[in-house]
Design a protein around this ligand. Structure first.
Ligand code: ISL
Ligand code: CA
Length: 549
């Protein structure tokens, strides 16, 4: 097992639009992040992963890039970016930026050229197909609703877009496209960034036959989109031509990939990428926008899988990001036990095997927002999938009910800094989206003042984890995979051993274990004393206990 900085450190994802507005226009910006770096340092964060900061028309909030070498004007200037990067490095922290190269914006110059004529030099930068009759080239669907093909009347052909029609897919079969991407990567690496999170990277290789999907494949098209024949070849080329020349971390957002392909992609012997985000855990119980119940045994199996692969792979551990609802609302109990269950989730994230990735607001237990109507959502995925939802038999009311559990917008409400207007996100009463009204009580300032807050619990666990390399590199063993309410696992290496007990339920219960004699309780999320004997313990709802031998 090789030791690396990106295995030992803690990542914090920032969605810049919703993080902090420094100039009062109601939109988060780069200078806003610079002003909050001391807060992240206080928390113990090492690596910041910044969601796209590039020039974009914001059809998909920056995941539709118009110019890869320019900062989005709402976020500031290239000088602001350079200031942010040097301020991060001055604090001994690192910056990972988002690489979105499966597709560009349809306003990118390449696409404007490509669509202008059949013979344009950039035509082959994208994927164009002749129409067959008046229907799209095949039945591929877009994640944001409708067909994955958009007809361009000017040249009478269709172009491919797995996401919105304003996000045309790049043609990675074209070596010029690949070299353009490597040039963009070097531009930012030569500025000194410390790595990339690569958006839907398994999609870059397309099945060149473009056959129709079968009815079962249509249920999860990402599985086909992520299984193209040249993915590993392209990633090896990217590694040789760019990544291998820098000491940086590469993280593939591996939406749709099989476990085997993910293990190959992140096997250090393969020299492709270092880490992957897979979605087994964060999307448990979710089918598209339908949120069903999930069970703890299945969740445990997922952690067990990713923690017991090979010595050449390294897991990532996360329960939040900008594409999913808030973890305390999904995995915890954000009504009766918000604080306690948020602390339990902190202990889960920070004692598992793998690099922990926190998402802005998770550290203060920010919750989902209660939307009253479908029109209140910002995410194009919501309206894009409305007709599909209604066709599947859902009423608008059902759709809204499910969105209130599963929508991406829950994680895009603005960061809650204090109890002032807009939760301190902006000093003006402006907001590009909305601040969850519970900012009155749930905010950084409150949590900073309270030694028993969720924030201070994250801070304590982050420093505990960093001081215990054996907790980072230790083996992982689930001690009771079958239990329906208690998640108990062991982490051990050489001379240190830890047992973590999490009661992920609203019920108090007595738990018997074989032997805790040599262990002592190090961290607990209970404010009252924890009494236990070596063979059994009375667990209160949402107890999270860390023992060390
Ligand atoms: O499941 C999804 C699609 O239905 C989304 O969670 C998400 O689109 C998927 O995980 C891929 O996400 C990434 O690519 C998208 C962008 O909208 C997401 O924000 C980004 O994280 C297209 O760039
Ligand atoms: Ca601003």
């Amino acid at each position: 097992m090789t030791r690396n900085w990106w295995k030992e450190q803690v990542i914090y994802q920032i969605y810049p639009r919703s993080f902090y507005d420094s100039n009062g226009d109601g939109i988060g910006d780069l200078n806003g992040i610079t002003l909050k770096l001391d807060y992240l340092k206080f928390l113990g964060i090492d690596i910041i992963w910044l969601s796209p900061h590039f020039d974009s028309p914001n059809d998909d909030n920056g995941y539709d890039i118009r110019n890869y070498k320019m900062v989005m004007k709402e976020f500031g200037t290239m000088e602001d970016f350079d200031n942010l990067l040097s301020a991060i490095h001055k604090r001994n922290m690192k910056l990972v930026i988002d690489l979105v190269v499966n597709h560009t914006s349809d306003e990118h110059d390449w696409f404007l050229q490509s669509k202008s004529s059949l013979s344009n030099n950039f035509r082959d930068y994208y994927i164009w197909k002749k129409e067959n009759g008046n229907i799209p080239p095949n039945n591929y669907t877009s994640f944001f609703g409708g067909s994955a093909w958009e007809k361009d009347e000017n040249t009478n052909e269709y172009y491919l877009h797995y996401f919105s029609k304003k996000q045309p897919d790049l043609n990675w079969e074209n070596v010029d496209v690949r070299n353009e991407v490597y040039n963009i990567m070097k531009f930012w690496l030569d500025k000194g960034i410390d790595g990339f999170r690569m958006d839907v990277i398994p999609f870059i290789s397309k099945h060149q036959d473009f056959n129709d999907l079968s009815s079962s494949e249509l249920k999860n098209p990402e599985k086909i989109y992520a299984s193209g024949p040249r993915l590993h070849e392209f990633l090896k080329e990217m590694n040789i031509k760019v990544l291998s020349n820098y000491d940086v971390v590469s993280i593939g957002e591996a939406f749709g990939i099989t476990h085997n392909s993910m293990l190959k992609m992140t096997d250090e012997r393969e020299k492709e990428l270092n880490l992957a985000f897979i979605f087994d855990i964060i999307r448990i119980g979710r089918k598209n926008w339908i949120q069903n119940n999930w069970n703890l045994q299945d969740l445990k199996k997922m952690f067990d899988f990713q923690s017991n692969t090979t010595d050449f792979n390294w897991p990532t551990v996360f329960l939040n990001n900008h594409d999913n609802p808030r973890s305390v609302s999904k995995f915890g109990n954000d009504i009766k036990y918000r604080i306690k269950s948020a602390k339990l989730l902190a202990m889960l994230i920070l004692t598992q095997k793998g690099t922990p990735i926190l998402y802005q607001g998770e550290e203060i237990g920010m919750t989902n927002h209660k939307f009253d109507s479908i029109n209140q959502f910002d995410d194009l995925e919501v309206l894009g999938n409305l007709s599909k939802a209604l066709k599947s038999g859902l009423s608008r009311k059902d759709y809204l009910y499910n969105l209130n559990m599963s929508s991406r917008d829950h994680s895009r409400t603005t960061m809650q800094w204090n109890d002032k207007i807009q939760g301190g996100f902006s000093f003006e009463n402006k907001n590009w989206f909305l601040a969850n009204p519970n900012f009155k009580t749930i905010n950084v300032e409150n949590d900073k003042k309270n030694p028993n807050s969720i924030l201070n619990f994250y801070k304590k666990l982050i420093s505990f984890r960093k001081a215990s390399k054996d907790l980072v590199y230790g083996d992982y063993q689930d001690l009771d995979p079958k239990h329906k309410k208690v998640f108990i696992y062991k982490r051990d290496k050489l001379n240190n051993s830890y047992v973590i007990i999490l009661n992920m339920s609203d019920s108090a219960l007595t738990y018997n274990f074989n032997n805790l004699t040599e262990y002592s309780l190090k961290i607990s999320n209970r404010e009252s004393k924890v009494n236990y004997c070596p063979k059994k313990i009375k667990l209160l709802p949402w107890d999270a206990l860390l023992f060390k031998k």
